[in-house]
Design a protein around this ligand. Structure first.
Ligand code: NIG
Ligand code: FE
Length: 396
């Protein structure tokens, strides 16, 4: 298939570039008035319209922008029911931690998940997956973590696996047994239970995650869990959302692919991340929803690091999987340039789930999972007119 009359072809990156760091994060290839050819679902070639090899099998982009689809490297979209009741508590002044202490929060979702049959859970989750895809997400990571006992964690992992087989978007799976202490366990007993779950979980999950934060799991718990998962699942860590607590350091020590949240960081975390393979990932949707600080993305980039942005779509701290809104928050609240934010929601977030060798940029040989916009759009306008519909077609 050939697409012609592309107003702007955005996100052109040479082969072999797996992430954008420092100054490079502010750059990407853009070709005005372009064509692009795909074959067997892959990008085969592209170029300026003056050299279009246009034959009969041609689609017209009508001057729209063509860009890689969004890669969302951090979601919790397999959950049951909703937490609208807690939303009202939040409006009335309770914090995320206060809601959790009252038995709401993650444990509330865990109870709902326990009483929801697997097929029903799959159906409810698929509604969110389809919504995300319609908004341009072509790859997503999905975590367990509302099961909180062996049986229900496996139920979640099976549902994620079924989603992976059902949709044309790429899906990566993460075992987040250590999301909260499950009902009926002491803290210590639950950490041991998580360790016990690892071999079975690894049959489904690519990654292992720990909510390493104040009031949830300690650095020592995290150390234990990551040691047990070594060689089975690559770590991705929840760190520094509620407090600065050593989650970044333990993640980097264990070769985490990403450390996520980072609403609070000191220069020490920036130093630790330098020279590592770990992608700092920020989740501005949860900063927005919970009224938390936004991560110091600019400082990370100034230090020569790359930054990824993801939605954190979940029922408690970020009930939205809209990656265009995430990109816009990156610009509006974190003061990223549109290109920095674009790289954060495409190539760098693909890297944060181990997919940037085949997704996240316009590169020959990569998957043609793309967004074609309506005529006249560009990256700056995507963030500026942040609620105006912009998608003409999501090509999967
Ligand atoms: O990433 N911080 C921990 N976990 C989720 C929230 C989960 C929930 O509240 O259901 C997060 O924000
Ligand atoms: Fe999360």
């Amino acid at each position: 298939m050939i697409i012609r009359n592309i107003g702007q072809l955005v996100g052109i990156v040479s082969e072999g570039v797996l992430r954008k760091e420092g100054r490079d994060q502010g750059e990407t290839g853009i070709l005005e008035n372009a064509w692009l050819r795909t074959r067997n679902g892959l990008i085969e070639d592209f170029g300026p319209m003056t050299s279009c090899p246009c034959d009969d099998n041609v689609k017209d982009a009508g001057g729209g922008m063509l860009m890689p689809g969004f890669c969302d490297s951090h979601t919790h979209i397999v959950y049951a029911g909703s937490r609208e009741g807690e939303f009202l508590d939040k409006i009335n002044g309770l914090s995320y931690e206060e809601i959790a202490r009252r038995g709401g929060g993650i444990l509330n979702s865990s109870d709902l998940l326990h009483s929801t049959p697997e097929d029903e859970l799959f159906g409810q989750s698929m509604v969110r997956v389809r919504e995300m895809m319609s908004k341009g997400t072509v790859a997503m990571e999905i975590k367990s973590g509302y099961g909180l006992n062996p049986e229900d964690e496996l139920k979640m992992l099976r549902v994620i696996d079924r989603i992976r087989r059902e949709v044309s978007a790429e899906v990566r799976s993460t075992f987040l047994g250590a999301h909260a202490v499950g009902r009926g366990y002491t803290h210590e007993a639950y950490v041991s239970e998580v360790v016990n779950m690892i071999p079975k979980a690894a049959q489904y999950a690519d990654f292992v995650d720990v909510f390493c934060d104040e009031g949830f799991f300690t650095v020592e718990d995290t150390e234990r869990i990551l040691s047990a998962a070594k060689g089975l699942m690559v770590p991705k860590i929840h760190a520094n959302e509620l407090a600065v607590g050593g989650g970044v350091q333990v993640g980097v020590r264990h070769g985490a692919l990403s450390v996520d949240h980072l609403e609070r960081t000191t220069d020490a975390e920036i130093q630790v991340l330098k020279g590592s393979a770990t992608m700092p990932t920020m989740l501005p949707g949860s900063s927005f929803f919970l009224g938390l600080p936004y991560g110091r993305a600019k400082d990370f980039i100034a230090a020569g690091l790359g930054v990824a942005l993801a939605s954190d779509y979940n029922p408690g701290s970020s009930p939205s999987g809209d990656m265009r809104f995430v990109l816009a928050l990156g610009c509006i609240r974190m003061r990223l340039t549109p290109i920095e934010a674009f790289n954060a929601v495409t190539l760098n977030s693909a890297y944060a789930m181990g997919l940037s060798d085949r997704l996240g940029s316009i590169t020959r040989g990569k998957q043609a999972k793309l967004i074609l916009t309506l005529p006249g759009w560009n990256l700056t306008r995507l963030a500026y007119n942040y609620t105006t519909p912009f998608i003409s077609k999501v090509l999967l």
